[in-house]
Write a protein that binds this ligand. Structure first.
Ligand code: PMT
Length: 416
């Protein structure tokens, strides 16, 4: 029998602390030695006796207890895995800054074990740029972020920020431990842990289709492919197997993807249908032409032959997203984008709600586009809604950051 592993469960001060009892219990039942390190604030939400009874060990809180045994580093050094659940916005900020002003901070800094955090906070705090940046920092250090999900929060409000369920946290933590080989590896200072999207098959379309008119001209759009590429890049770095169906791209695709180059909407449809057949997640970030010329000339259209005006007859392209959504395998999650020029935020949201109803996908990323917005820029500002039209999350920043937030939201939730 393999020796029991030591799992440090860090509990910080949020209402979801009561659910941490379930996390502790699951590890104990799994046969692990659990050391609970709770902040003072955590103990306002859940009692020390409960945690001691469930963990079968004393609960550690005080930085200045056990000084002779150098407890502030000993707990971290003994850990095979550290799980912080719930991780409040404040504790996430402290982690990102590397602060060690309490026992939990010292424990984490003194450890080289994989670190898993389960954020829990109100939606506004989760969507705050400070939290977004802190989470990105932690991810870049190899910290595994589980959740949060969307649902009922403290009080009557509903939104993103609800702590993942204990079984989800424990499953992610055990996977991290497994990946690190049960031996403390320098996981959150290097990258030895199992990334959170490992095992997922994700298909992403990116770029803009080009509909030929003649051998030298096409009808196209200004998509650079940056947002789709950022999604592919984020998904690859988080361990997913990624197929990138690429219409015209203005920047190189990331390494590690299976690249399927396409030109027209019809080609994109064929490629997406083939790739999506066994995908867990499909994201349609490409800007797909709604119409194509009825006929493509074999030779260059000459102005001498056309006169002062030229009329080109167009025919509607199939809506790829509608088709994929209608014919999807069970369990597959599909995310569409909505590129709209509407400037009023409420009207933009309403356009998105109408669009997701027509398209039949699970989520829709609404981004305003214009001469200097959305298309070809390095940043984006999006609202993600679900099928009921509810806002799941908002994200604003680099396209990479937006990509991570989209993945966070759509991967941790079952389809709406
Ligand atoms: O590539 P970048 O320069 O980084 O710019 C990013 C972006 C603005 C292109 C991207 O974020 C974006 O919004 N992509 C979707 C563009 C678009 O076609 O939006 P739409 O509102 O017209 O279409 C809605 C959805 O239906 C999209 O997911 C689109 O891929 C899909 N669609 C549209 C038409 C069609 N015939 N078939 C489709 O599947």
């Amino acid at each position: 029998m393999s020796p029991a592993r030591t799992i440090v469960v860090g509990i910080t001060g949020g209402i979801a602390a009561y659910k941490a009892v379930g996390v502790v219990r699951a590890f104990v039942l799994h046969g692990d030695v659990v050391q609970v390190v709770a902040t003072d604030a955590a103990l306002r939400f859940v009692g020390k006796p409960t945690l001691e009874a469930i963990s079968r060990n004393p609960v550690h809180t005080d930085l200045y207890e056990g000084v002779a045994e150098v407890r502030h580093v000993a707990i971290g050094q003994s850990a095979d895995l550290i799980v912080v659940a719930p991780a409040t916005a404040n504790s996430i900020a402290k982690l990102a800054a590397g602060l060690a002003d309490d026992l939990l901070g010292n424990t984490i800094l003194a450890s080289t074990a994989p670190l898993v955090i389960a954020p829990a906070m109100h939606t506004e705090m989760w969507n705050n740029p400070a939290t977004i940046a802190n989470i990105a920092t932690l991810r870049s250090r190899g910290v595994i972020v589980v959740g949060p999900g969307t649902g009922q929060l403290t009080g009557s409000d509903v939104g993103a920020g609800r702590m993942a369920e204990p079984e989800t946290i424990v499953a992610a933590a055990l996977a991290a431990l497994e990946a690190a080989g049960s031996v403390a590896e320098p996981a959150h200072t290097a990258s030895a842990v199992e990334p959170d999207l490992a095992g997922m098959n994700i298909v992403i379309s990116a770029g803009g289709t080009r509909e030929p008119l003649d051998p030298v001209r096409f009808l196209g759009n200004r998509s650079s492919g940056k947002q789709g590429i950022a999604l592919a890049s984020a998904a690859v770095s988080r361990g997913a197997s990624v197929t990138l169906v690429a219409a015209h791209l203005e920047v190189p695709p990331p390494e590690g993807v299976t690249l399927v180059p396409v030109a027209t909407a019809l080609e994109l449809e064929t490629a997406m249908r083939a790739a999506a057949a066994d995908a867990d997640l499909v994201i349609m970030a490409a800007a797909v032409a709604d119409y194509r010329p009825v006929s493509v000339r074999d030779a260059k259209i000459k102005k001498e032959d056309t006169g002062d005006t030229l009329t080109i007859e167009l025919v509607k392209n199939p809506d790829v997203l509608v088709g994929l959504s209608a014919d999807r395998p069970r369990e597959q999650v599909i995310v569409g984008f909505a590129a709209e020029t509407e400037t009023d935020a409420d009207a933009l949201l309403e356009l998105g709600r109408g669009k997701i109803a027509r398209k039949g996908c699970d989520y829709l990323v609404i981004n305003r586009v214009g001469w200097s917005e959305g298309f070809a820029t390095d940043g984006n500002d999006v609202v993600l809604i679900d099928r009921s039209g509810d806002i799941v999350t908002r994200a604003s920043g680099t396209k990479m950051l937006v990509a991570d937030r989209i993945l966070d939201a759509v991967v941790t939730r079952p389809s709406a």
